[in-house]
Design a protein around this ligand. Structure first.
Ligand code: SAH
Length: 258
């Protein structure tokens, strides 16, 4: 009997202590682990000694493995009776292509389950003491991608920014730092320049750092403080709380960095 299956697992933002128990168990039982960019080695370390581990991300200047090839590998291994764990940063269903992979695997008749991870947007805000939906300041939260908004169709930034302003919604932007100047202009179509903004790089990792500024200074601040990917931007009144946040990284992870 073929008992092969695929588990799409959220590896969280980096700190292995933020992994769910379900994720840790899935990783430990994997025969084949396909590891994305931004998944920390401390998380991969939960794998068994006999598991085959394949890094399919593009960190370190290497080319990333084509998506079609990753899908093929997963299908072939699962049909061969193996437990395949696809490890993705944060949560598999938040900007992680988890949806596409799930569809493909289901169409191929493979048994698939998904395990949540703590998405970077949540981890970043909490790491600097920002409550995303503080009742006094926000009625909700939008998770938005800032990637490819230059010339790419799709994102109606004026509508998003206006909704965030009028509806008092916190905006959490992923993949935004590379396009900071364009993003700033786009958001200013609906939000005031004085809107508080926090940017968190390497959330939950020993290298975590953050800045607090305002929307009108976004691009300048990214350059001036040399903020680079991976980073999360939190736009909205709730970000004011970050000015008081000094150091929320755990003492253990600080020690590990030395
Ligand atoms: N599925 C992931 C997101 C993948 S998109 C999740 O749920 O978190 C990749 C983007 O996530 C990065 O460009 C960055 O904006 C964000 N990101 C991932 N890890 C991060 C971290 N440790 N700190 C800050 N941002 C992070």
């Amino acid at each position: 009997m073929n008992t092969g299956k695929v588990t799409l697992v959220g590896a969280g933002p980096g700190d292995p202590d933020l992994l769910t128990i379900k994720a840790a168990k899935a990783i430990a039982s994997a025969d084949l682990l396909l590891v994305d960019d931004l998944v920390s080695e401390a998380v991969v370390a939960f794998a068994s000694g006999t598991a085959r581990i394949v890094h399919v991300g593009k960190r370190g200047g290497c080319k990333s493995t084509p998506q079609a090839f990753i899908l093929k590998m997963m299908v072939a291994a699962a049909r061969n009776g193996e437990h395949v764990v696809r490890l993705k940063g944060g949560d598999p269903f938040i900007f992680g292509r988890g949806g596409e992979e799930l569809e493909h695997l289901q169409q191929a008749g493979i048994l698939v389950t998904v395990v949540n991870g703590i998405t970077a947007g949540l981890a970043a805000a909490t790491a600097i003491g920002v409550p995303l939906t503080h009742r006094a300041h926000a009625h909700g939260v939008l998770f938005v991608t800032g990637h490819g908004q230059t010339g790419a169709p799709g994102t109606d930034w004026a509508a998003l920014a206006t909704a965030a302003h009028r509806g008092r919604l916190t905006m959490v932007i992923y993949m935004g730092v590379r396009n900071a100047p364009e993003l700033q202009d786009a958001l200013l179509q609906g939000l005031p320049a004085a809107t508080p903004l926090a940017i968190v790089q390497d959330a939950s990792l020993p290298t975590q750092r953050h800045i607090v500024t305002m929307l009108g200074q976004m691009a300048w601040a990214v350059t001036a403080h040399a903020i680079s990917s991976p980073a999360i931007m939190v736009v909205g009144e709730v970000s004011r709380a970050a000015t008081l946040a000094q150091d929320y990284a755990s003492p253990d992870s600080r020690k590990a960095a030395r």
